[in-house]
Write a protein that binds this ligand. Structure first.
Ligand code: DX5
Ligand code: ZN
Length: 218
């Protein structure tokens, strides 16, 4: 099973609603929402009001990726705005277990994100509590960057651990995903793929999305 989650960070903000509807019609399975605070990452994007605006325009799950310091402070806002998944960076959470429980207490599926250099050992003891693990395959902060291949063995290793423990966790990959880079990640066991520029920079979004998905299935 391969799910594609277009990142609206790469969309045209002047017509955001239309951009969301277009990728839903093109066969997207989730909408990926990149929230950046200018502190955890060197860039600012948007907050919960953007999610609130697009939530009624789509039936797809909203996958909120918080690249922010102090995520606990904003989880209720994003839950109320209509998040289905909220993922937080292990590097930004001093009390990760508490943060994950807080997300779940709002009826939202929690996930944890690892930067490219962060070892999977940091999440060994939280796997039973999360619905998703997101591997960054670029340094977070910007769309359109080059895929970092050295993350793939981490994906493989986590995939084995999930199988051994019989857990039901989505493995999501974020950064530099296209019809080439999806291949090793899908082989390694990932199931959800974020794609920003590889979809939104193309005239024909449906074709771009289907090309990526088919490459992942092959
Ligand atoms: C990076 C974001 C990604 C990014 C993906 O900080 O988390 O979701 O927008 O964009 P592409 O697919 O262009 O690398
Ligand atoms: Zn993201």
């Amino acid at each position: 099973m391969i799910k594609i989650a277009p990142s609206i960070l790469a969309a045209d903000f002047a017509k955001l609603g239309q951009e969301v509807k277009e990728v839903e019609a093109a066969g997207a399975e989730l909408i990926h929402i990149d929230v950046m605070d200018g502190h955890f990452v060197p860039n600012i994007s948007f907050g919960a009001i953007a999610l609130e605006a697009i939530r009624p325009l789509s039936t797809l799950p909203m996958d909120v990726h918080l690249m922010i310091e102090n995520p606990d402070q904003y989880i209720e806002q994003f839950a109320k705005a209509g998040a289905d998944y909220i993922t937080v960076h292990v590097e930004a959470c001093r009390h990760l277990h508490r943060t994950i429980q807080l997300i779940r207490s709002h009826g939202v599926k929690p996930g944890v994100v690892l930067n490219p250099h962060t070892p999977i050992e940091t999440i060994q003891h939280i796997l039973e509590d999360v619905d998703m693990v997101l591997f960054m395959t670029v340094n977070p902060g910007f769309g359109g960057q080059k895929f970092i291949e050295s993350v793939v063995p981490k994906v493989e290793a986590l995939s084995e651990i999930i199988k051994e423990r019989g857990l039901n966790i989505e493995i999501e990959i974020d950064g530099g995903i296209n019809a080439e880079t999806i291949v090793p990640c899908a082989k390694a066991g990932a199931t959800v793929f974020v794609a920003g520029s590889a979809i939104y920079s193309k005239e024909d979004r449906a074709q771009a999305l289907q090309e990526i998905k088919q490459a992942g299935l092959a």
